[in-house]
Ligand binder design. Sequence first.
Ligand SMILES: [Zn+2]
Length: 375
Amino acid sequence: MTVPGPRAIIMTMGLLSLVWVCALAAAPASANDAGESVRFRGRSAMRVEAVRPSGAGGVLFDTEDSDPPAAPYDTVLLHGLMPDPGVRIELAVPTLGGVWHRWAPAEVKRFPNGRFWARYKFNGVSRRTLRLRAVDAGIRTAHLLALYDAELFVAGAGPEPEPAARAGEGRAAVSAASYRLVTREDWGARPATEKYEDHLPARFTMHHTAGTKPRTYDEAVQEMRFIQDYHINGRGWIDIGYHFVISPAGHAFQGRPEGAKGAHALGHNTGNLGVSFMGNYHAPIADEPAQESLDAFVSLGRRLSSDYAIPPERLETHRDLGSTDCPGDILYAKFPELKALIAGQAPPTKAPEFGALPVLPPSGFSATYLDRLPW
Ligand SMILES: [Zn+2]
């Protein structure tokens, strides 16, 4: 099970009553890569709560009315970290007469390490405000409950219109890689559910996963499997949306093949390679990036830039392309330096170093673990 970092543990120890820590982002933002984040008084829905047993049915937290969404939606998808499975996340929308109607999730998945996602589906699209509530459904111990993001979108919407890739903008070449690649086979990826759409890479976008920052290689593998499940079964995509995901130890986990169009930057996916840092580099989680991950990002960025002749001005962050917090204030502030390193304007601080990969038990993970909540 993933345990909160030192900052979060201190928060838990010091505040065993209900505590709200809301994101401080001012920009209209989504911590994710396609949907619009639910916001309350202009703030992201992301929150961290210290919760303790309050008796079955006890309300652990209850939000106020959300801000009106900017676009119609029929699906709400949230994800986070639920160390104790005895929490039920409810969602409510206002109906005629001001009555709030509670909705059960269409599907909930909670993985053995506590990472979970829940999807709610409505009949028809609307721009209704909504509320989120957490209820004690049998909590055993006081713990930290993290809701990383709740995003809104229209399920099954077709691919977004975007300009066609400019032919000849990229070129394939071969160059040495100095980062440690973890292939799909290595991390136990499932095959894509449908055939990929080909594209020719010509640009590069940095993200953060807005999820867990793993402490070990094994935790990073689990997080990759979670993200793939979240994107396939939660979002309804054919595969994980990113091309690469970088762990704090500096491993570059392979997502979609480089020649396959990704799903990571709405309206800008064609020809665009998505590289994401594991972790959440935005308040209130505010992970600090490990130097090993920054070094791996630079090495990978250099290889991709070389292979596809990506010019420095096409090295961008998700925030540069849409209204989103991604990759978080902390990584965003580091991007100019990283970009300069990739473009060869300064030497890297040090060569990346990688340890040996631990051997994982072949059946140490249940991708089908499903904990349907008792509604
Ligand atoms: Zn992003």
